[in-house]
Write a protein that binds this ligand. Sequence first.
Ligand code: HEM
Length: 416
Amino acid sequence: MLDSLDQIDLANPDNYVERVPFEWFDTLRREHPVVWHPEPPPNHGFWAVTRHDDLTAIHMDWATFSSEVGAVGLEELDQEQLEIRNSMLETDPPRHTEMRKVCSKRFSARGVGAYEDWIRDVARGVLDRALAADEPFDFVREISRELPIRFLCSIFTVPQDDAPALIEWGDQMIANQDPELSAAVVDRVDTEEYRLLPFRSPTARKVFDYADRQRDVRLAEPTDDVIAALVTAQSEGILSERDYHNYFALLMIAGNETTRHTISSGMLALLEHPNEMRLLQDEPDRIPKAVEEILRWATPVMHFRRTATRDMELRGQTIKAGDKVVTWYISANRDEEVFPDPYRFDVSRSPNDHVTFGPGGPHFCLGAHLARLETKILFQELLPRLRSIELVGRVERIRSDFVNGIKRMPVRLQTN
Ligand code: HEM
């Protein structure tokens, strides 16, 4: 139990290294569902919103809670940074609608369904290699880290040999608060010279160069894939050169770590709840529904931000135009008003109205069908092969107040 609000510090990545401080979110939901949260300079603080229904209302009302006026992360950007760094994630309709249309069909249920057999083959290949080990191994390194990027390589039609570099770049950009994964740790070293790059990360330049090379390949020999759709949109004037780069980086990053952490957290949850795991092994038809509970449990993206475009009242608080409003998915996914017994991992939970892909509105995760399909296939392929699995060391988490991720999970397993 907390004595005062002063003890709560949601914007400090150190506070998530051991575990997510769920008790802080419980207190906020119960006593201060919309509350002003201070931040260290150069930031100015934000409204922390923690209840499920408030998140939904905010994300649906994009005109009042804009993605474009500010940015969608905690970092406060000036006009120059906004213009240069913005991707589709940081636009509002109608521009957002136009940008999203560039590849939305490819990420529809039908669009990604076309990859199902391919994804299954990749999953089997990765599992064959990892499960052949007699020794304990790191589940993240050998399984969860491998799969999403290999799926992306196929959807992007880029060489599988590029996967290790794409993994490394993605890690460096998104885990920019973890000194093990990134040299340019934003709250520890001076990253001023990278202020115009996404995530203030010098690695973004490598990703942009890679995007340029992929465009050249497609201009020389047309292909039918997601990157080709971006290249066409650029040639038609729908995307600028900068938009092309930022779109490419967004897809690469958004589709990589998030699914990785879902798979790792899902495995950890099953390992800690053997009865639930046995249920899925005995009745694999339950796996698609279980994926929803794994997603709720994992919540790999802990929050996003909007910026108020006008003064307004929310739960008795006056939010001013220009204020940052941060919606905490990690809290809404444990909201007891929506999820009975929210700290119970229940693979049969129904309904399961989690906000892991966002609570709705225009920015609802473009890759949700793909992420669900990948997670489903992985557990469909893995669980029947597992006779036993146990942790043989400490589970290590990423230092981040944005990504809820596991970076190491040593396991020993026996297969059937
Ligand atoms: C479990 C895995 C994933 C999680 C937890 C996740 C989570 C999210 C969240 C929370 C948002 C923002 C929603 C909002 O603002 O309301 C988002 C947006 C987005 N995601 Fe995902 N995502 C995942 C997988 C993927 C994959 C596989 C891709 C595709 C390669 C992808 C591409 C995107 C894109 C492009 C956006 C921006 C959409 C827009 O602005 O319209 N995501 N995702």
